[in-house]
Design a protein around this ligand. Structure first.
Ligand SMILES: N[C@@H](CCC(=O)N[C@@H](CS)C(=O)NCC(=O)O)C(=O)O
Length: 297
């Protein structure tokens, strides 16, 4: 096969690579602008966006609150990654890797920064002794699947999703390579879920919370418009598990937080209180704004 690209001796960043996120991608780290982070009243300050990695953390917070853990109250501030807000100096202070989600935990004497979604899930699960057994074989199994997700999803998102949905052209080689790997991963989950209700066993855990936003939502047709292409219906155990988690009220609330796309009634740009789900979604905000405009005219 003729190569379509002959790499130079040394790579240089001389042009944008094209594709959906070309304008925010760059080969260097560190802040590009001075911008602090807002801080609210709750012990946990989350800086995130409603991507699959972001909603892992908001689903866990909402599950903790649903279970009655009042100390898990949090403020969720939106970092608009499409505008490059992850490169602000304040955000780089909480995550030097400039990726959402990132968390400041103010609940102890010293303020702790926590980044990488897997690390945030473990931190919160350990702090509240929920959704992760504190010892024993079940704990190891939850961590096995949590780490599986952290290692596997980049092939689904950065590999398959990028080349299938975001690249400027459809290239057969990478789409084939990553479709094959994504289907293999779905098959792994499907075989595991055949005899157990949740991925690490009998109980819902942070492993489900990490895996569902990627593989569950892929099967529910919410990622990359690839449900038919990957024949997700054939992974019937994953489908069943995906629907079961989708029906959890805390999962729905977690999906809404920091969301700024789609149905306005599901968009809660910032979350500072549990009542925000009733009063601060974008549909409600527009109704209020229209009402105020009518009052003025
Ligand atoms: N391994 C990281 C990945 C985080 C990640 O890739 N976040 C994406 C959104 S899903 C992001 O912030 N992208 C912005 C960018 O790449 O500049 C985690 O799980 O927290």
């Amino acid at each position: 096969m003729e190569p379509t690209y002959n790499p130079p001796e040394k790579w240089a960043w001389d042009e944008e690579s094209g594709g959906k996120f070309a304008s925010i991608n760059r080969p260097t780290a560190g802040p590009t602008l001075e911008k602090g982070l807002p801080v609210g009243n709750h012990p946990f300050q989350l800086y995130s966006d409603a991507t699959p990695n972001g909603v892992k953390v908001t689903i866990l917070f909402e599950e903790l609150l649903e279970a009655g853990v009042q100390d898990a109250e949090y403020d969720a501030w939106r970092i608009d990654i499409s505008k490059g807000e992850q490169f602000g100096s304040g955000f780089v202070g909480v995550n030097p890797n400039s990726k959402i989600p990132a968390l400041f935990d103010h609940s102890d004497h010293t303020v702790l920064r926590v980044f990488e979604s897997g690390s945030i899930l473990m931190h919160l699960a350990e702090k509240f002794s929920m959704f992760l057994p504190m010892s024993g074989t079940n704990r190891t199994e939850v961590l096995n699947w949590l780490m599986w997700q952290m290692g596997s999803a980049p092939f689904l998102g950065g590999g398959f999703g990028h080349f299938y949905a975001y690249a400027p052209e459809k290239y057969k080689y990478p789409i084939n390579r990553y479709a094959m790997e994504s289907k293999r991963q779905l098959d792994v989950l499907n075989r595991e879920l055949e005899h157990k209700p949740f991925i690490a066993g009998e109980d819902f855990s942070i492993a489900d919370i990490a895996i569902w936003p990627w593989y569950g939502q892929l099967c529910l047709g919410r990622l990359y418009q690839a449900a038919e292409f990957l024949d997700v219906e054939s992974y019937s155990n994953v489908m069943k598990w995906a629907k079961k988690i989708d029906a959890r009220p805390a999962t729905l609330r977690g999906r809404m937080v920091n969301r700024a796309f789609g149905d306005p009634s599901l968009q809660l740009h910032e979350r500072h209180s549990s009542s925000d789900f009733e009063t601060q979604t974008q549909d409600k905000i527009s109704i209020n704004q229209n009402y105020q405009l009518q009052q003025k005219s």
